[in-house]
Design a binder for this molecule. Structure first.
Ligand SMILES: [Zn+2]
Length: 533
Protein backbone atom coordinates (compact mmCIF):
# COMPACT_ATOMS: atom_id res chain seq x y z
CA UNK A 1 0.00 0.00 0.00
CA UNK A 2 1.64 3.17 -1.15
CA UNK A 3 0.40 5.81 1.21
CA UNK A 4 1.20 9.18 -0.17
CA UNK A 5 1.53 10.74 3.24
CA UNK A 6 4.11 13.14 1.99
CA UNK A 7 1.48 15.09 0.14
CA UNK A 8 -1.64 13.95 1.83
CA UNK A 9 -0.94 14.45 5.50
CA UNK A 10 -0.58 18.24 5.52
CA UNK A 11 -3.80 18.54 3.59
CA UNK A 12 -6.13 16.74 5.94
CA UNK A 13 -4.35 17.87 9.05
CA UNK A 14 -4.68 21.38 7.73
CA UNK A 15 -8.41 20.88 7.40
CA UNK A 16 -8.53 19.55 10.91
CA UNK A 17 -6.63 22.50 12.28
CA UNK A 18 -8.87 24.88 10.42
CA UNK A 19 -11.89 23.15 11.89
CA UNK A 20 -10.49 23.26 15.38
CA UNK A 21 -9.79 26.94 15.16
CA UNK A 22 -13.26 27.54 13.82
CA UNK A 23 -14.71 25.36 16.57
CA UNK A 24 -15.01 28.17 19.07
CA UNK A 25 -17.70 30.76 18.97
CA UNK A 26 -16.43 33.77 17.03
CA UNK A 27 -17.30 36.16 19.83
CA UNK A 28 -15.30 34.32 22.44
CA UNK A 29 -11.88 35.40 21.25
CA UNK A 30 -9.88 37.59 23.55
CA UNK A 31 -9.36 41.08 22.11
CA UNK A 32 -5.70 40.66 22.89
CA UNK A 33 -5.30 38.27 19.98
CA UNK A 34 -7.44 40.20 17.59
CA UNK A 35 -5.61 40.22 14.28
CA UNK A 36 -6.22 43.96 14.20
CA UNK A 37 -8.36 43.84 11.11
CA UNK A 38 -5.53 42.34 9.10
CA UNK A 39 -6.96 39.70 6.82
CA UNK A 40 -4.14 37.21 6.65
CA UNK A 41 -4.85 36.01 3.15
CA UNK A 42 -4.84 39.54 1.81
CA UNK A 43 -1.08 39.34 2.09
CA UNK A 44 -0.76 38.17 -1.41
CA UNK A 45 2.68 36.65 -1.53
CA UNK A 46 4.49 34.47 0.91
CA UNK A 47 7.29 37.03 1.15
CA UNK A 48 4.84 39.76 2.12
CA UNK A 49 3.33 37.60 4.80
CA UNK A 50 6.65 36.50 6.27
CA UNK A 51 7.95 40.03 6.30
CA UNK A 52 4.83 41.21 8.17
CA UNK A 53 5.21 38.34 10.64
CA UNK A 54 8.81 39.40 11.32
CA UNK A 55 7.66 42.97 11.93
CA UNK A 56 5.10 41.77 14.46
CA UNK A 57 7.66 39.58 16.16
CA UNK A 58 10.12 42.49 16.43
CA UNK A 59 7.32 44.71 17.75
CA UNK A 60 6.57 42.11 20.43
CA UNK A 61 10.21 41.88 21.43
CA UNK A 62 10.47 45.66 21.77
CA UNK A 63 7.35 46.03 23.89
CA UNK A 64 7.69 46.25 27.67
CA UNK A 65 3.96 45.81 28.23
CA UNK A 66 3.05 42.11 28.69
CA UNK A 67 -0.39 42.32 27.07
CA UNK A 68 0.90 44.20 24.02
CA UNK A 69 3.83 41.86 23.72
CA UNK A 70 1.50 38.86 23.84
CA UNK A 71 -0.84 40.41 21.28
CA UNK A 72 1.98 40.96 18.77
CA UNK A 73 3.27 37.42 19.10
CA UNK A 74 -0.26 36.04 18.86
CA UNK A 75 -1.02 37.95 15.68
CA UNK A 76 2.21 36.70 14.15
CA UNK A 77 1.38 33.13 15.19
CA UNK A 78 -2.11 33.40 13.75
CA UNK A 79 -0.78 34.61 10.41
CA UNK A 80 1.72 31.78 10.27
CA UNK A 81 -1.02 29.25 10.91
CA UNK A 82 -2.98 30.73 8.05
CA UNK A 83 0.10 30.58 5.89
CA UNK A 84 0.56 26.94 6.84
CA UNK A 85 -3.00 26.17 5.86
CA UNK A 86 -2.51 27.93 2.56
CA UNK A 87 0.97 26.70 1.61
CA UNK A 88 1.33 23.52 3.66
CA UNK A 89 4.86 24.44 4.76
CA UNK A 90 5.65 22.81 8.10
CA UNK A 91 8.25 25.45 8.88
CA UNK A 92 5.38 27.96 9.30
CA UNK A 93 3.53 25.73 11.75
CA UNK A 94 6.64 25.15 13.83
CA UNK A 95 7.37 28.86 13.98
CA UNK A 96 3.73 29.55 14.89
CA UNK A 97 3.99 27.04 17.72
CA UNK A 98 6.99 28.89 19.14
CA UNK A 99 5.20 32.23 18.86
CA UNK A 100 2.09 30.93 20.65
CA UNK A 101 4.34 29.82 23.51
CA UNK A 102 5.92 33.25 23.70
CA UNK A 103 2.49 34.90 23.55
CA UNK A 104 1.33 32.73 26.45
CA UNK A 105 4.44 33.44 28.49
CA UNK A 106 4.01 37.20 28.01
CA UNK A 107 0.42 37.14 29.28
CA UNK A 108 -0.08 34.21 31.67
CA UNK A 109 -3.72 33.28 32.12
CA UNK A 110 -4.82 34.25 28.61
CA UNK A 111 -7.09 31.40 27.64
CA UNK A 112 -7.09 32.16 23.94
CA UNK A 113 -3.35 32.14 23.44
CA UNK A 114 -2.92 29.10 25.66
CA UNK A 115 -5.58 27.11 23.81
CA UNK A 116 -4.41 28.07 20.37
CA UNK A 117 -0.84 27.12 21.22
CA UNK A 118 -1.88 23.84 22.80
CA UNK A 119 -4.03 22.92 19.86
CA UNK A 120 -1.28 23.62 17.41
CA UNK A 121 1.29 21.64 19.40
CA UNK A 122 -1.09 18.74 19.74
CA UNK A 123 -2.01 18.98 16.10
CA UNK A 124 1.61 18.85 14.99
CA UNK A 125 1.95 15.59 16.88
CA UNK A 126 -0.16 13.75 14.32
CA UNK A 127 -3.43 11.85 14.67
CA UNK A 128 -6.70 13.06 16.13
CA UNK A 129 -6.27 10.65 19.06
CA UNK A 130 -2.92 12.18 19.88
CA UNK A 131 -4.37 15.65 19.58
CA UNK A 132 -7.15 14.72 21.95
CA UNK A 133 -4.71 13.21 24.42
CA UNK A 134 -2.47 16.26 24.16
CA UNK A 135 -5.37 18.56 24.95
CA UNK A 136 -6.44 16.38 27.86
CA UNK A 137 -2.93 16.52 29.30
CA UNK A 138 -3.03 20.31 29.20
CA UNK A 139 -6.29 20.59 31.10
CA UNK A 140 -4.74 21.09 34.57
CA UNK A 141 -2.79 24.12 33.33
CA UNK A 142 -5.99 25.96 32.42
CA UNK A 143 -7.65 27.27 35.53
CA UNK A 144 -10.63 29.28 34.24
CA UNK A 145 -13.78 27.12 34.04
CA UNK A 146 -14.81 28.74 30.75
CA UNK A 147 -11.42 27.97 29.30
CA UNK A 148 -11.67 24.35 30.40
CA UNK A 149 -15.10 24.10 28.84
CA UNK A 150 -13.69 25.26 25.52
CA UNK A 151 -10.92 22.70 25.77
CA UNK A 152 -13.48 19.99 26.44
CA UNK A 153 -15.53 21.08 23.44
CA UNK A 154 -12.48 20.70 21.22
CA UNK A 155 -11.85 17.24 22.58
CA UNK A 156 -15.47 16.21 22.16
CA UNK A 157 -15.32 17.40 18.58
CA UNK A 158 -12.22 15.31 17.96
CA UNK A 159 -13.96 12.25 19.33
CA UNK A 160 -16.87 12.96 17.02
CA UNK A 161 -19.13 13.43 20.04
CA UNK A 162 -20.36 16.92 19.25
CA UNK A 163 -19.67 17.33 15.60
CA UNK A 164 -21.04 20.80 14.80
CA UNK A 165 -22.37 19.73 11.39
CA UNK A 166 -24.21 16.76 12.87
CA UNK A 167 -26.05 15.78 9.73
CA UNK A 168 -24.24 12.47 9.51
CA UNK A 169 -25.65 9.01 9.24
CA UNK A 170 -24.88 8.26 12.88
CA UNK A 171 -27.91 10.21 14.04
CA UNK A 172 -30.31 8.87 11.49
CA UNK A 173 -29.04 5.34 11.98
CA UNK A 174 -29.63 5.60 15.70
CA UNK A 175 -33.00 7.28 15.41
CA UNK A 176 -34.47 5.21 12.62
CA UNK A 177 -32.57 1.98 13.10
CA UNK A 178 -31.31 2.20 9.54
CA UNK A 179 -27.94 1.20 8.21
CA UNK A 180 -25.86 4.06 6.80
CA UNK A 181 -26.91 4.95 3.32
CA UNK A 182 -24.82 4.63 0.22
CA UNK A 183 -24.84 4.15 -3.50
CA UNK A 184 -23.07 1.78 -5.83
CA UNK A 185 -22.54 2.57 -9.50
CA UNK A 186 -23.30 0.15 -12.32
CA UNK A 187 -21.04 -2.87 -12.51
CA UNK A 188 -18.50 -3.29 -15.31
CA UNK A 189 -19.19 -5.69 -18.16
CA UNK A 190 -17.32 -8.60 -16.65
CA UNK A 191 -20.02 -11.21 -16.52
CA UNK A 192 -17.59 -14.09 -16.73
CA UNK A 193 -15.87 -14.47 -13.40
CA UNK A 194 -12.27 -14.07 -14.27
CA UNK A 195 -10.13 -16.11 -11.91
CA UNK A 196 -6.94 -14.61 -13.26
CA UNK A 197 -7.63 -11.09 -12.02
CA UNK A 198 -5.33 -9.84 -9.32
CA UNK A 199 -5.49 -6.98 -6.84
CA UNK A 200 -2.19 -5.19 -7.26
CA UNK A 201 -2.58 -2.47 -4.68
CA UNK A 202 -4.87 -0.70 -2.23
CA UNK A 203 -4.41 2.98 -1.48
CA UNK A 204 -6.18 4.73 1.35
CA UNK A 205 -6.55 8.48 1.63
CA UNK A 206 -8.18 8.92 4.98
CA UNK A 207 -9.05 12.37 6.31
CA UNK A 208 -10.98 13.28 9.44
CA UNK A 209 -14.45 13.33 7.90
CA UNK A 210 -13.97 11.62 4.56
CA UNK A 211 -11.86 8.99 2.88
CA UNK A 212 -11.20 7.38 -0.46
CA UNK A 213 -9.96 3.84 -0.89
CA UNK A 214 -8.66 2.87 -4.32
CA UNK A 215 -8.40 -0.83 -5.16
CA UNK A 216 -6.30 -1.56 -8.24
CA UNK A 217 -7.27 -4.70 -10.13
CA UNK A 218 -5.57 -6.10 -13.22
CA UNK A 219 -8.85 -6.38 -15.14
CA UNK A 220 -12.55 -5.54 -14.76
CA UNK A 221 -14.24 -7.52 -12.01
CA UNK A 222 -17.64 -7.44 -10.40
CA UNK A 223 -17.95 -6.39 -6.80
CA UNK A 224 -20.45 -6.59 -3.99
CA UNK A 225 -20.83 -4.31 -1.04
CA UNK A 226 -21.86 -4.95 2.54
CA UNK A 227 -22.28 -2.57 5.48
CA UNK A 228 -22.29 -3.27 9.20
CA UNK A 229 -23.62 -0.46 11.32
CA UNK A 230 -22.20 1.11 14.41
CA UNK A 231 -24.00 -1.23 16.81
CA UNK A 232 -22.35 -4.32 15.41
CA UNK A 233 -19.49 -5.85 17.34
CA UNK A 234 -16.26 -4.26 16.19
CA UNK A 235 -17.89 -0.93 15.29
CA UNK A 236 -19.02 0.42 11.94
CA UNK A 237 -17.44 -1.14 8.92
CA UNK A 238 -17.94 -1.69 5.28
CA UNK A 239 -16.77 -4.56 3.14
CA UNK A 240 -16.40 -5.09 -0.56
CA UNK A 241 -16.14 -8.54 -2.12
CA UNK A 242 -14.11 -8.33 -5.30
CA UNK A 243 -15.15 -11.40 -7.26
CA UNK A 244 -12.54 -13.49 -9.00
CA UNK A 245 -9.66 -11.26 -7.95
CA UNK A 246 -6.90 -12.69 -5.82
CA UNK A 247 -4.61 -10.75 -3.55
CA UNK A 248 -1.19 -11.55 -2.20
CA UNK A 249 0.51 -9.10 0.09
CA UNK A 250 0.16 -7.34 3.39
CA UNK A 251 -3.27 -8.07 4.81
CA UNK A 252 -3.80 -5.42 7.48
CA UNK A 253 -3.11 -1.71 7.19
CA UNK A 254 -3.54 0.62 10.14
CA UNK A 255 -4.78 4.06 9.12
CA UNK A 256 -5.56 7.41 10.69
CA UNK A 257 -8.68 9.46 10.04
CA UNK A 258 -12.14 8.15 9.20
CA UNK A 259 -10.85 4.72 8.13
CA UNK A 260 -9.03 3.13 11.04
CA UNK A 261 -7.98 -0.11 9.38
CA UNK A 262 -8.05 -1.83 6.02
CA UNK A 263 -8.05 -5.63 5.98
CA UNK A 264 -7.90 -8.00 3.03
CA UNK A 265 -8.70 -11.69 3.06
CA UNK A 266 -9.48 -14.54 0.70
CA UNK A 267 -13.18 -15.25 0.24
CA UNK A 268 -14.98 -17.64 -2.12
CA UNK A 269 -12.71 -17.37 -5.12
CA UNK A 270 -12.15 -13.67 -4.62
CA UNK A 271 -11.00 -11.15 -2.06
CA UNK A 272 -12.92 -9.44 0.71
CA UNK A 273 -11.75 -5.97 1.61
CA UNK A 274 -12.94 -4.76 5.02
CA UNK A 275 -12.80 -1.10 6.03
CA UNK A 276 -13.05 -0.49 9.78
CA UNK A 277 -14.42 2.99 10.36
CA UNK A 278 -14.11 5.32 13.30
CA UNK A 279 -17.63 6.57 12.63
CA UNK A 280 -20.53 5.44 10.52
CA UNK A 281 -20.27 7.01 7.08
CA UNK A 282 -22.08 7.48 3.83
CA UNK A 283 -20.46 5.56 1.02
CA UNK A 284 -20.30 5.69 -2.72
CA UNK A 285 -18.68 2.97 -4.78
CA UNK A 286 -17.79 3.19 -8.45
CA UNK A 287 -15.00 2.21 -10.77
CA UNK A 288 -12.59 3.84 -13.18
CA UNK A 289 -12.32 1.61 -16.21
CA UNK A 290 -8.90 1.93 -17.75
CA UNK A 291 -6.82 0.85 -15.90
CA UNK A 292 -9.46 -0.78 -13.73
CA UNK A 293 -9.79 0.65 -10.22
CA UNK A 294 -12.55 0.32 -7.65
CA UNK A 295 -13.16 3.57 -5.80
CA UNK A 296 -14.81 3.54 -2.38
CA UNK A 297 -15.66 7.04 -1.17
CA UNK A 298 -16.74 7.61 2.41
CA UNK A 299 -18.05 10.71 4.12
CA UNK A 300 -19.64 11.42 7.48
CA UNK A 301 -21.80 14.12 5.92
CA UNK A 302 -24.64 13.46 3.55
CA UNK A 303 -23.59 13.77 -0.09
CA UNK A 304 -26.16 16.46 -0.83
CA UNK A 305 -24.83 19.69 0.59
CA UNK A 306 -25.99 22.25 -1.96
CA UNK A 307 -27.71 25.24 -0.46
CA UNK A 308 -29.43 28.33 -1.78
CA UNK A 309 -28.16 31.01 -1.53
CA UNK A 310 -24.96 29.26 -2.43
CA UNK A 311 -22.50 29.09 0.39
CA UNK A 312 -19.10 29.18 -1.23
CA UNK A 313 -16.45 29.14 1.42
CA UNK A 314 -13.89 26.76 0.02
CA UNK A 315 -12.71 26.28 -3.51
CA UNK A 316 -10.29 23.66 -4.77
CA UNK A 317 -8.15 24.53 -7.77
CA UNK A 318 -6.65 21.52 -9.48
CA UNK A 319 -3.70 22.43 -11.71
CA UNK A 320 -3.66 19.65 -14.29
CA UNK A 321 -0.75 17.22 -14.67
CA UNK A 322 2.63 17.77 -12.93
CA UNK A 323 5.89 15.96 -12.25
CA UNK A 324 6.60 13.28 -14.83
CA UNK A 325 3.33 14.13 -16.60
CA UNK A 326 3.85 17.36 -18.59
CA UNK A 327 0.35 17.26 -20.08
CA UNK A 328 0.11 18.59 -23.62
CA UNK A 329 3.20 20.30 -25.01
CA UNK A 330 2.97 23.28 -27.36
CA UNK A 331 4.86 23.73 -30.63
CA UNK A 332 7.52 25.82 -28.89
CA UNK A 333 7.87 23.40 -25.96
CA UNK A 334 5.48 25.15 -23.56
CA UNK A 335 4.18 22.54 -21.11
CA UNK A 336 0.58 22.35 -19.97
CA UNK A 337 1.61 21.45 -16.39
CA UNK A 338 3.53 24.72 -15.99
CA UNK A 339 0.75 26.88 -17.39
CA UNK A 340 -1.95 25.29 -15.22
CA UNK A 341 0.08 25.67 -12.02
CA UNK A 342 0.90 29.29 -12.78
CA UNK A 343 -2.77 30.11 -13.39
CA UNK A 344 -3.76 28.43 -10.11
CA UNK A 345 -1.08 30.41 -8.28
CA UNK A 346 -2.43 33.61 -9.78
CA UNK A 347 -6.06 32.80 -8.98
CA UNK A 348 -5.70 31.50 -5.40
CA UNK A 349 -4.71 34.76 -3.65
CA UNK A 350 -7.30 36.70 -5.65
CA UNK A 351 -10.02 34.28 -4.61
CA UNK A 352 -9.06 34.82 -0.98
CA UNK A 353 -8.71 38.58 -1.20
CA UNK A 354 -11.47 39.52 -3.60
CA UNK A 355 -14.07 36.80 -3.16
CA UNK A 356 -13.32 35.84 0.44
CA UNK A 357 -13.04 32.10 -0.08
CA UNK A 358 -10.40 29.69 1.19
CA UNK A 359 -8.55 27.94 -1.56
CA UNK A 360 -6.78 24.62 -1.65
CA UNK A 361 -4.53 23.58 -4.51
CA UNK A 362 -4.36 19.85 -5.23
CA UNK A 363 -0.72 20.48 -6.01
CA UNK A 364 1.31 23.54 -5.14
CA UNK A 365 4.51 22.57 -6.92
CA UNK A 366 5.63 20.53 -9.89
CA UNK A 367 4.68 17.09 -8.60
CA UNK A 368 2.60 14.30 -10.00
CA UNK A 369 -0.70 13.70 -8.22
CA UNK A 370 -2.78 10.77 -9.51
CA UNK A 371 -6.16 11.69 -10.96
CA UNK A 372 -8.01 9.54 -8.44
CA UNK A 373 -6.48 11.50 -5.55
CA UNK A 374 -7.52 14.93 -6.71
CA UNK A 375 -11.27 14.80 -6.12
CA UNK A 376 -10.56 12.94 -2.88
CA UNK A 377 -8.55 15.94 -1.70
CA UNK A 378 -11.42 18.25 -2.60
CA UNK A 379 -13.84 16.02 -0.68
CA UNK A 380 -11.54 16.00 2.35
CA UNK A 381 -11.33 19.80 2.20
CA UNK A 382 -15.15 19.99 2.22
CA UNK A 383 -14.84 22.14 -0.86
CA UNK A 384 -17.87 23.90 -2.32
CA UNK A 385 -16.41 24.01 -5.83
CA UNK A 386 -13.80 21.96 -7.68
CA UNK A 387 -12.09 23.45 -10.73
CA UNK A 388 -9.64 21.34 -12.69
CA UNK A 389 -7.45 23.58 -14.85
CA UNK A 390 -6.15 22.32 -18.19
CA UNK A 391 -5.05 23.48 -21.62
CA UNK A 392 -6.45 21.78 -24.67
CA UNK A 393 -4.57 20.05 -27.45
CA UNK A 394 -5.51 18.72 -30.84
CA UNK A 395 -3.73 17.07 -33.77
CA UNK A 396 -5.43 19.81 -35.80
CA UNK A 397 -3.05 22.70 -35.16
CA UNK A 398 -5.73 25.19 -36.17
CA UNK A 399 -8.08 24.19 -33.32
CA UNK A 400 -8.42 27.01 -30.80
CA UNK A 401 -10.70 28.45 -28.15
CA UNK A 402 -12.05 27.94 -24.66
CA UNK A 403 -14.33 25.18 -23.38
CA UNK A 404 -15.48 23.96 -19.98
CA UNK A 405 -16.45 20.37 -19.30
CA UNK A 406 -18.82 18.78 -16.85
CA UNK A 407 -18.84 15.08 -16.05
CA UNK A 408 -21.54 13.51 -18.19
CA UNK A 409 -22.04 11.29 -21.21
CA UNK A 410 -20.57 12.85 -24.34
CA UNK A 411 -22.78 13.90 -27.20
CA UNK A 412 -19.92 14.02 -29.68
CA UNK A 413 -16.85 11.93 -30.30
CA UNK A 414 -14.69 15.06 -30.06
CA UNK A 415 -15.75 15.54 -26.43
CA UNK A 416 -14.81 11.98 -25.49
CA UNK A 417 -11.46 12.46 -27.24
CA UNK A 418 -10.58 15.35 -24.91
CA UNK A 419 -11.46 13.21 -21.88
CA UNK A 420 -9.43 10.30 -23.26
CA UNK A 421 -6.35 12.52 -23.52
CA UNK A 422 -6.79 14.01 -20.05
CA UNK A 423 -7.55 10.59 -18.54
CA UNK A 424 -4.71 8.90 -20.38
CA UNK A 425 -7.40 6.36 -21.28
CA UNK A 426 -9.43 5.53 -24.36
CA UNK A 427 -12.53 7.40 -25.51
CA UNK A 428 -14.50 4.21 -24.85
CA UNK A 429 -13.27 4.16 -21.24
CA UNK A 430 -14.30 7.81 -20.80
CA UNK A 431 -17.76 6.95 -22.09
CA UNK A 432 -17.95 3.90 -19.83
CA UNK A 433 -17.14 6.01 -16.77
CA UNK A 434 -19.78 8.59 -17.62
CA UNK A 435 -22.36 5.84 -18.13
CA UNK A 436 -21.52 3.95 -14.96
CA UNK A 437 -21.77 7.13 -12.88
CA UNK A 438 -24.98 8.33 -14.48
CA UNK A 439 -27.06 6.36 -11.98
CA UNK A 440 -25.44 7.74 -8.85
CA UNK A 441 -24.72 11.40 -9.59
CA UNK A 442 -27.42 13.64 -8.18
CA UNK A 443 -29.26 15.82 -10.65
CA UNK A 444 -28.87 18.93 -8.50
CA UNK A 445 -25.11 18.47 -8.41
CA UNK A 446 -25.08 18.11 -12.18
CA UNK A 447 -27.19 21.21 -12.58
CA UNK A 448 -24.86 23.18 -10.30
CA UNK A 449 -21.79 22.00 -12.23
CA UNK A 450 -23.47 22.96 -15.49
CA UNK A 451 -24.34 26.40 -14.14
CA UNK A 452 -20.83 27.04 -12.89
CA UNK A 453 -19.39 25.85 -16.21
CA UNK A 454 -21.61 28.34 -18.06
CA UNK A 455 -20.53 31.16 -15.75
CA UNK A 456 -16.90 30.21 -16.30
CA UNK A 457 -17.27 30.20 -20.07
CA UNK A 458 -18.89 33.62 -19.92
CA UNK A 459 -16.21 34.98 -17.58
CA UNK A 460 -13.42 33.58 -19.76
CA UNK A 461 -14.90 35.12 -22.90
CA UNK A 462 -15.25 38.51 -21.24
CA UNK A 463 -11.78 38.41 -19.72
CA UNK A 464 -9.85 37.18 -22.78
CA UNK A 465 -11.66 39.29 -25.36
CA UNK A 466 -10.38 42.44 -23.70
CA UNK A 467 -6.98 41.37 -25.00
CA UNK A 468 -7.93 39.28 -28.02
CA UNK A 469 -11.36 39.80 -29.61
CA UNK A 470 -10.88 36.68 -31.75
CA UNK A 471 -11.12 34.19 -28.86
CA UNK A 472 -13.50 31.33 -29.68
CA UNK A 473 -16.10 30.25 -27.13
CA UNK A 474 -16.91 26.54 -27.46
CA UNK A 475 -19.36 26.56 -24.58
CA UNK A 476 -20.00 23.84 -22.02
CA UNK A 477 -19.24 20.29 -23.09
CA UNK A 478 -19.56 16.88 -21.46
CA UNK A 479 -17.33 13.87 -21.07
CA UNK A 480 -16.19 11.21 -18.61
CA UNK A 481 -13.24 12.80 -16.85
CA UNK A 482 -11.61 10.59 -14.23
CA UNK A 483 -10.44 13.61 -12.25
CA UNK A 484 -14.01 14.77 -11.65
CA UNK A 485 -15.39 11.36 -10.67
CA UNK A 486 -16.59 11.18 -7.10
CA UNK A 487 -16.32 14.89 -6.34
CA UNK A 488 -19.07 15.66 -3.84
CA UNK A 489 -19.33 19.30 -4.91
CA UNK A 490 -20.01 21.03 -8.25
CA UNK A 491 -16.99 20.22 -10.39
CA UNK A 492 -15.78 21.35 -13.80
CA UNK A 493 -12.77 20.88 -16.02
CA UNK A 494 -11.63 24.07 -17.71
CA UNK A 495 -9.74 23.86 -21.01
CA UNK A 496 -8.43 27.43 -21.07
CA UNK A 497 -6.95 27.53 -24.58
CA UNK A 498 -5.29 25.23 -27.11
CA UNK A 499 -1.62 24.85 -26.28
CA UNK A 500 -1.25 22.98 -29.59
CA UNK A 501 -2.29 26.08 -31.54
CA UNK A 502 0.77 28.23 -32.36
CA UNK A 503 -1.10 31.50 -31.75
CA UNK A 504 -2.73 30.46 -28.47
CA UNK A 505 0.45 28.77 -27.30
CA UNK A 506 2.31 32.06 -27.80
CA UNK A 507 -0.40 33.88 -25.86
CA UNK A 508 -0.21 31.29 -23.08
CA UNK A 509 3.49 32.10 -22.74
CA UNK A 510 2.62 35.64 -21.71
CA UNK A 511 1.89 36.65 -18.14
CA UNK A 512 -0.91 38.97 -19.23
CA UNK A 513 -2.86 36.17 -20.91
CA UNK A 514 -2.43 33.78 -18.00
CA UNK A 515 -3.60 36.53 -15.66
CA UNK A 516 -6.72 36.91 -17.80
CA UNK A 517 -7.43 33.20 -17.42
CA UNK A 518 -6.90 33.44 -13.65
CA UNK A 519 -9.20 36.48 -13.54
CA UNK A 520 -11.83 34.46 -15.39
CA UNK A 521 -11.74 31.75 -12.71
CA UNK A 522 -12.05 34.36 -9.96
CA UNK A 523 -14.90 36.20 -11.69
CA UNK A 524 -16.77 32.96 -12.28
CA UNK A 525 -16.51 31.95 -8.61
CA UNK A 526 -17.70 35.41 -7.59
CA UNK A 527 -20.64 35.23 -9.99
CA UNK A 528 -21.57 31.77 -8.74
CA UNK A 529 -21.32 32.87 -5.11
CA UNK A 530 -23.46 35.91 -5.77
CA UNK A 531 -26.16 33.67 -7.21
CA UNK A 532 -25.92 34.88 -10.79
CA UNK A 533 -27.02 32.59 -13.55
ZN1 LIG B 1 -4.65 18.44 -19.28
Amino acid sequence: MALRWFFWRPIWLGCLLLTLIACDEPGSRSPRVDTGGVEPLSLETRDQLLSFVSELEAEGERSANGAERSASFARAAHLLEQSYLRDGKTVDAVRAEDLWKRASAAAPGSCETALRGLRLSAFLSGSSEQISLGLEGSRPTLTEPECRARLDRSRAFLRGGSEPRAQGPTDSAEQKGEAPRGVVAAQPDALEVDATAEITGVETLSAQDSARVVVKVTRPTRFELGVLDEDSAGGPRLYVDVHGALYQGQRVFEETGLVSRVRLGHRAGGTRLVLDLRRAAYHRVFYLPHPFRLIIDLSVTAPERLTIPREIRRVVLDPGHGGHDPGAVGPSGLREKDVTLDIAHRAAPLLAREVGVSTLLTRDVDVYVPLDERAARANAFNADLFISIHMNSSPDGAARGVMTFVLDSSRHESEAQVAARENASTAAAAAELANSLSGIESSSLRAASQLFAELLQRAAGASLRQLYPDVEDHGVQRAGFYVLAGATMPAVLFEGSFISNPVESRRLSSEAYRQRLADALVNAVRAYKEGRH
